[in-house]
Write a protein that binds this ligand. Structure first.
Ligand code: TXA
Ligand code: MG
Length: 375
């Protein structure tokens, strides 16, 4: 993209207050391990001129702008349709840049950075005045992380400033784990997309507050609760995180987030009981003309033999790393298949299971069935 076009699309120095005007999104394919410096320079120049660049991180694709430029940051909110009350994560090229964006670096932040950065851990710390209030949604704290992805790191280095970036999806939609997902939601609303292939972790970073007396997980993500506890000893999980069998405020009460288009119902309980309940409901829905999609673990599909259903199965070995990597792609695939109802099973809370459970519970907007007895 030439700077001329950027200035033309941004004549008042305010980025993209009318995203419907239709930008052309330039897609630059890059090697995820060793991105072409020319492509990185081109994308960094767009950021330097107040533009918007989507880029891969190890978790999901981010939608970046200069974190020190309030007008550029406003462009992120406009492109995503994101409400101004939801603050953004500031991405750094390395932990040495932390004092530039926070008012205080407590020893615990240094310990966590040494263990988990670069990586999928976001720390909430006191904001330094350099960070515009547009980034922090008016608050006095700022969320910060160092992403573990060569493309993200090269882009931040070349830009020369911290990069504010939420996930590169329209507000309320599933986070993008592939460049095509970004284009589905944001084509024509952003300047550049660096296509570095699928993202390796697949769920967003763990957001950990260091403001609270005991470090508190505000959003479970790519660093597991167990891994944090091993370093911190004590770690709390915020009440608004969906953890165990504690779900279900009434359906519709929860703000829908991470949502596929079809209505999603989440089933929790023992595998056998859950599959039995899901089979019964799938058959009933199919009989009333619904197109049913199932999100299952590998090996579950046999329980639905003979039913007219669309199945997406995800790997559930180890600490659920495979499941996390495949989760959003599987949900998008069910959407693309045109299903009208999705029945998803819970995958437990070990490792990345907590993050998966949180995302599926939000996608279900409280529509969670706890199956206690086999019928
Ligand atoms: O993995 C990730 O975290 C991705 C990649 C692009 O880095 N980013 C991401 O950003 O998921 P976003 O904006 O989709 O989610 C950021 C989360 C939101 O839940 C937001 O409310 C929370 O972080 N957050 C941001 N700043 C905060 C703050 N100062 N205090 C508490 N929560 C904050
Ligand atoms: Mg997001």
């Amino acid at each position: 993209m030439s700077h001329d076009r950027l200035q033309h699309s941004n004549p008042m120095g305010r980025a993209y207050t009318q995203p419907s005007q239709g930008l052309t999104t330039l897609v630059l394919p890059v090697d995820p391990a060793a991105p072409d410096p020319a492509a990185i320079r081109q994308a960094a120049a767009v950021l330097q001129h107040g533009g918007l660049v989507a880029f891969p991180t190890e978790t999901v694709y981010g939608l970046g702008a200069n974190a020190l430029d309030a007008a550029a940051v406003q462009g992120i909110f406009a492109a995503k349709g994101r409400p101004a009350y939801d603050p953004l994560i500031v991405h750094l090229a390395g932990p040495e840049a932390l004092p530039d964006v926070v008012a205080d670096v407590p020893p615990l932040a240094e310990t966590l950075a040494a263990h988990f950065w670069p990586g999928p851990l976001t720390l909430v710390l006191p904001r330094c005045p350099r960070i515009p209030l547009a980034v922090t949604a008016g608050g006095q704290t700022v969320a910060v992380r160092v992403p573990a992805h060569p493309v993200a790191l090269a882009l931040i280095c070349a830009a020369g400033f911290p990069v504010a970036a939420p996930s590169a999806n329209r507000f309320g939609r599933l986070s993008p784990t592939q460049a095509a997902h970004v284009l589905d939601d944001l084509e024509g609303r952003i300047d550049v997309l660096l296509d570095g292939g699928p993202t390796p972790v697949g769920v967003e970073s763990t957001v950990l507050s260091l403001i609270t007396p005991v470090p508190t997980i505000l959003r479970p993500g790519g660093v597991s609760r167990e891994a944090l506890a091993a370093v911190l000893g004590q770690v709390d999980v915020a009440g608004r995180v969906f953890t165990a069998e504690d779900i279900a405020p009434s359906p519709g009460v929860l703000a829908q987030h991470y949502a596929p288009r079809a209505k999603l119902t989440l089933y929790q309980g023992s595998r056998r009981a859950v599959l039995q309940a899901m089979r019964t409901v799938a058959a009933q829905l199919a009989a009333t003309g619904q197109r049913v999609g199932l999100l299952l673990a590998e090996g579950d599909a046999a329980a639905f033999a003979g039913l007219p259903v669309t199945v997406q199965s995800i790997e559930t070995g180890g600490g659920l790393e495979g499941a996390a990597r495949q989760l959003f792609t599987a949900l998008r695939a069910l959407d693309r298949a045109g299903v009208t109802a999705i029945l998803a099973r819970d995958f437990g809370a070990r490792g990345l299971g907590l993050a998966i459970r949180d995302r599926l519970t939000r996608a279900a907007a409280g529509n969670v069935v706890c199956v206690t007895n086999e019928t």
